[in-house]
Design a protein. Structure first.
Length: 85
């Protein structure tokens, strides 16, 4: 029987300085989408077709994440698809 290894919280590092603003916006959008995709997968939403914008935004409210844009919702679905579910 395999046991799950819990590693605790990840230590945050500062973002690199001097990059264009678009890079930071894209980076933060990817992080938000990843957090939302993980929350949806944990709640049992394994099919990207069932991850509607409304469901994603409801999950954002439940987890205390700011309301995602349409682009972020699309990215969440892409993460769910790439998960192989």
């Amino acid at each position: 029987m395999a046991t799950a290894m819990t590693a605790g919280p990840v230590k945050k590092k500062p973002l690199p300085a001097g990059l264009p603003r678009e890079w930071y916006e894209s980076h933060n959008r990817r992080l938000k989408a990843m957090r939302l995709a993980i929350s949806l997968l944990d709640s049992g939403t394994y099919d990207a077709r069932r991850a509607t914008n409304r469901k994603i935004r409801t999950m954002a409210v439940r987890t205390g994440i700011h309301r995602p844009s349409n682009v972020t919702c699309k990215m969440v679905r892409a993460f769910i698809i790439s998960n192989g579910a």
